[in-house]
Design a protein around this ligand. Structure first.
Ligand code: ZN
Length: 356
């Protein structure tokens, strides 16, 4: 029997969980997603390259199967893939035990876009699209029509102490002269320069099969990069833009085209770009799709609506149905389930045999 106690911590879904099925079980021809970290021997420069394959197609297929939304327009899918790849790069670039949530709050047809990556590189993504996205639309036409769009990076610790709020940094989708930025990579480069004072080069690309990214970053002079600005110092600030090794490697990285990033394997990309550099590789990691939704979390959401609202929905529709925007899982609460949500564990009535 599921517990009535609400837990804010991620809890395993008590229902049979199709969100944790590995896509390879039914898509054997799709390669496993991979993320590789590397260093340039003796130079203050690090890099990460990510190729989301099965993890990305799983996101797309779940959206496609969700009859309440249908699939994303290709332009939105491209943005979501870039966000997922960027989220994986940023999560793996910090030492942090909690979710990294990359969000865009748009003022155009795409109202909200979210990519969330856990420390083990499990990820999920969703977007709320309210208007028509025209063919060929880019970042400004999708999320920054009136130059009011924002990008937020949230670090949500897994083990919070009482009252602790997640860290959040926000940047606009325009440059210093109010010019609308055409690419998500520019927005995030700006963010990392602002929050970490670290020169960063990002290349992002996505299509219907692959979401990929390359990050090249100058190592901090002091401390470690952490996206939260804790190591901001004049030494780090003074180093912005002046490191010759970083500048050379970033220029090489910038020559990588989106098509090359999508089509070439990791070894080929690194060899072609950095064949004159001494690259030290780390063991690869495996990003995957996973959703952290659960019946407990949905229960607590229904409780927050209040009993009257819940009863109104039940009177109108017979049961309360809540779909997860990230994975498409449907949670259903009938009259008995709903009544239990609003009964404190202390004075719980006996539960009829049929629903145990
Ligand atoms: Zn879910």
């Amino acid at each position: 029997m599921p517990s009535l106690a609400y837990s804010p911590d991620p809890t395993p879904d008590p229902t049979p969980d199709r969100t944790r099925l590995t896509p390879r079980a039914y898509l054997p021809d799709i390669p496993v997603s991979e993320l590789h970290k590397f260093l340039f021997d003796g130079l203050p420069v690090r890099g990460i390259i990510v190729r989301l394959t099965d993890a990305w197609t799983e996101v797309l297929q779940r959206r496609q199967r969700d009859t309440s939304t249908g699939p994303w327009a290709p332009e939105v899918a491209e943005l979501m893939g870039q966000m997922a790849a960027a989220g994986a790069l940023m999560q793996s670039n910090i030492k942090f035990n909690g979710a990294l949530v990359l969000q865009i709050f748009g003022d155009g047809p795409v109202k909200v876009a979210v990519a969330e990556v856990q420390p083990d590189l499990s990820l999920r993504a969703t977007a709320k699209v309210v208007g028509e996205v025209l063919a060929g639309a880019r970042l400004p036409q999708m999320v920054n029509v009136g130059n009011q769009g924002r990008c937020a990076i949230t670090l949500d610790p897994r083990d919070k102490f009482p009252g602790q709020q997640p860290y959040q940094g926000v940047v606009p989708l325009h440059g210093d002269r109010m010019e609308k930025l055409e690419r998500l990579s520019e927005v995030l480069e700006h963010y990392m320069l602002q929050s970490e004072q670290l020169d960063t080069k990002l290349i992002l690309a996505a299509d219907e099969k692959v979401a990929a990214g390359l990050l090249i970053q100058r190592l901090p002079v002091e401390g470690e990069g952490n996206l939260a600005g804790s190591f901001v110092s004049s030494a780090n600030e003074d180093a912005i833009g002046v490191n010759e090794d970083y500048n050379r490697i970033a220029t090489l990285a910038a020559s990588l085209t989106a098509q090359e990033l999508l089509e070439l394997d990791v070894d080929t990309v690194l060899r072609r770009l950095f064949w004159e550099e001494k690259v030290l590789r780390f063991a690869p990691q495996t990003p995957r799709f996973a959703c952290s939704c659960s019946r407990d979390r949905v229960s607590s959401m229904i409780r927050s609506l209040g009993q009257q609202e819940a009863e109104d929905i039940l009177a109108e529709r017979g049961d309360i149905e809540v779909g997860c925007d990230f994975c498409g899982h449907q949670y259903r609460f009938d009259v008995v389930d709903a009544a239990r949500l609003f009964t404190s564990p202390g004075d719980q009535p006996p539960v009829p045999r049929a629903v145990q």
